[in-house]
Ligand binder design. Structure first.
Ligand code: KIV
Length: 273
């Protein structure tokens, strides 16, 4: 059964809850397979730009592109809560426009939206919740900040910046977000921010103490051509398996071994005449 945002909000490990498991998906087969694997949430991440569209950053993605992928994921009807990332600049310029953009993702099949940033996002979070759209936060190494960070760098490495991150998380909680992704921070920060909140944290490169963990589909399955980040555990190496299957198909076609009689439609009586 699909977990609702209010149900997810209660999933604190310190209260005895099981850790939340979230994996990204960007299309129907991905969503179907990930759901069959027993995840609690599917994230239609703007990492689609990196792992599906071959881009270095997530900065060129539009709401229309995200909606297209959300619709494909929702088509799996997998009974899993779908979180849709709000693309860069879809919630930065104007609050009313942000609500319309989030609504487009909800109408495409998302159950909630995720956006990056802390105190500067208070107004937009409030407006989305006023429009009855559940919001997940995202703090730490927020990939949409790559230019101001000067690269994809671990964040909250000083006491001051760690305190700011925890304050940001508390402000987002006060505004009513139901969970927060914490990405790319020292484990001690992941641990402290989780302890400081009543809502669950979902970590990626934030150590073992968050209330859940998220990985990108292509990283988990060995489908990227980049060196995996430190925090990635690769559970399968499907890239070489796919290449091997395709090369066997190519060899069979070239040898005249494909298709065989069983793989072709029978000829109706009299067609040869
Ligand atoms: O877009 C994405 O996949 C994400 C995860 C890294 C949390 O935001």
């Amino acid at each position: 059964m699909t977990l609702s945002a209010p149900t997810i909000r209660l999933r604190k490990r310190r209260n005895g809850a099981d850790p939340l498991v979230m994996v990204t998906a960007y299309d129907e087969p991905g969503a179907r397979l990930v759901a069959a694997g027993g995840v609690d949430l599917i994230l239609v991440g703007d990492s689609v730009a990196n792992v599906m569209l071959g881009q270095e950053t997530t900065l060129n993605l539009s709401v229309e592109q995200m909606s297209h992928h959300v619709r494909a994921v929702a088509a799996a009807r997998a009974g899993v809560h779908i979180v849709a990332d709000m693309p860069w600049l879809s919630y930065h310029v104007d609050v009313a426009e942000s609500v319309r953009n989030a609504a487009a993702l909800i109408r495409s099949g998302a159950d909630s939206v995720k956006l990056e940033g802390g105190r500067v996002r208070r107004d937009v979070v409030r407006a989305l919740l006023d429009a009855q759209i559940p919001v997940m936060g995202h703090l730490g190494l927020t990939p949409q900040s790559v230019l101001t960070f000067g690269g994809f760098k671990v964040q909250a490495k000083t006491l001051e910046s760690a305190k700011l991150l925890i304050e940001d998380a508390q402000l987002l909680q006060e505004e009513g977000v139901f969970a927060i992704v914490i990405e790319g921070v020292p484990s001690v920060v992941g641990s402290h921010v989780t302890a400081a909140l009543e809502i669950p944290t979902i970590g990626i490169g934030a150590g073992p103490d968050t209330d859940g963990q998220v990985l990108v589909f292509h990283d988990l399955l060995g489908l990227t051509n980049r060196a995996p980040a430190k925090f990635v555990r690769q559970y399968a190496n499907l890239g070489p398996a796919i290449t091997e299957a395709v090369s066997q198909f190519a060899a069979d076609v070239r040898r005249g071994d494909f298709p065989n009689a069983d793989e072709a439609y029978a000829n109706p009586e009299g067609l040869f005449d």
